[in-house]
Design a protein around this ligand. Structure first.
Ligand SMILES: Nc1ncnc2c1ncn2[C@@H]1O[C@H](COP(=O)(O)OP(=O)(O)O)[C@@H](O)[C@H]1O
Ligand SMILES: N[C@@H](CCC(=O)OP(=O)(O)O)C(=O)O
Length: 387
């Protein structure tokens, strides 16, 4: 009896320390999904927003800085527009988002005001995470909002996002915001209380309490969005989000919105994802790996793959055998092996149109025949991330 009790109460020190870090965070990013914010008939769930805001206000009262990443614009716009289900085409989603975003922020503004807090809407795009200047701008604005005591409410800027270049879900955006703002913790709130080791609607699946690293996810059936069809990413993007955040050293908790208060207080609810040890990737590496899509591709010969992947070397023109896509110098491109698999992503130093003349040539030959400015790498190793 005694030993069973002891075993039940045993908490891995990694988790215990991590939970404490969440409770003591100076700055926390909280993400809430559409499925938690809307009623089954597609209206904003006022009670849920009231409860969530009360939970966030309680953290603010303890002196923590809070950034909320909230989905729900499309869902909130559906019913006023007479849409029975989430529209499939992008233009209709964008129309619903522009109707719903105002309603959503109005609801938060009113609830926060009741706690003496000011809401600040921040709409971001993938570009804001990808491009240096925008990245810095977003960071500066968010910092200033925190300094003046406002509570930023972030969402993807759905009305200007396009199919090729959008997150679609807010999970990964939340992780990038946590990294951008050097948050001490990320809390992902959904309609499910934890990550399960299989589809939670099926019998016999159980909660995964702790994810130490990627290997703890082996064999787990990580599925898409739940039954109501208002969420988009499902567990896949939440686990991605946790991976981005923990790679950046940010401890992450995944649980239901109903458990928000407990999760923020460091209680043992949901799934805890431990932050990775060691060298933190730079902001540039994280957004290259997770927030960018390649504008084109360079196909590498086996020697170049080896150099880039194993030796972390720069990519030289000599190792490139094929190029496709339309990109300009400075754009992100995918580096592929000859089977087509993406092995790395980097910022390219030449326009796509220039590459065919450079491929297969040594830098020495290029400098001699084409001028010294052609001696530079195709992709410099500082602008490159292995995937
Ligand atoms: N292994 C799993 N563990 C937990 N939930 C899972 C799993 N696989 C799929 N899901 C589904 O993911 C859903 C949450 O994702 P989603 O609907 O996109 O939520 P949100 O709107 O909060 O982002 C859950 O309702 C659940 O049905
Ligand atoms: N930006 C969109 C988010 C879409 C969405 O459903 O995201 P999520 O619920 O986080 O999977 C919105 O506000 O509707």
């Amino acid at each position: 009896m005694h030993s069973a009790d002891t075993r039940q109460q045993y908490v891995d020190p990694l988790e215990a320390d991590g939970r404490r870090a969440v409770a003591e965070a100076r700055r926390v990013v909280v993400k809430v999904g559409s499925s938690s914010l809307t009623t089954p008939d597609g209206l904003i769930d006022a009670g849920r927003i009231r409860d969530l805001v009360a939970d966030l206000a309680a953290r603010r009262a303890l002196g923590q800085e809070v950034i909320l990443v909230s989905s729900g614009a499309v869902a909130a716009g559906m019913s006023p527009l007479g849409m029975a289900r989430r529209p499939r085409d992008l233009a209709a989603q964008q129309a619903a988002a522009s109707v719903g975003q105002g309603l959503l922020v109005a609801a938060y503004t009113a609830e926060l005001a009741a706690h003496g807090l000011t809401a600040a809407q921040v709409l971001l795009t993938v570009e804001d995470m990808m491009r240096r200047v925008q990245h810095r701008n977003a960071q500066r604005t968010l910092r200033r909002l925190l300094d003046i005591g406002a509570l930023p409410i972030v969402n993807e800027n759905d009305t200007v996002a396009t199919h090729e270049i959008r997150f679609g879900d807010n999970d990964r955006l939340a992780a990038l915001v946590a990294h951008l703002m050097r948050a001490d913790a990320l809390v992902l709130l959904s309609d499910v209380d934890a990550l399960y080791d299989g589809n939670p609607s099926e019998e016999g699946t159980s909660v995964v309490r702790l994810v130490r690293d990627r290997s703890d996810l082996d064999g787990i059936d990580i599925g898409g969005s739940g039954k109501r069809g208002v969420g988009t990413g499902g567990m896949v993007t939440k686990v991605d989000s946790a991976r981005i955040a923990t790679e950046a050293g940010v401890p992450t908790v995944l649980t239901s919105a109903a458990n928000a208060r407990a999760a923020l207080a460091g209680e043992r609810v949901g799934t805890f994802f431990a932050p990775a040890d060691g060298r933190r990737p730079s902001a540039r590496q994280l957004w290259l790996a997770h927030a960018t899509a390649g504008r084109g591709s360079l196909v590498l010969d086996p020697g170049a793959v080896e150099a880039v992947v194993r030796e972390k070397a720069s990519l030289l023109p000599a190792g490139v055998v094929k190029v496709w896509g339309e990109f300009s110098a400075g754009d992100p491109v995918d580096l592929r092996d000859e089977s087509g698999a993406v092995v790395a992503r980097g910022l390219v130093n030449y326009d796509a149109a220039e590459v065919p003349d450079l491929m297969g040539r040594s830098t020495r030959w290029l400098a001699r025949e084409m001028g010294p400015s052609y001696e530079r790498e195709l992709v410099h190793r500082d602008d490159l991330v292995v995937l």
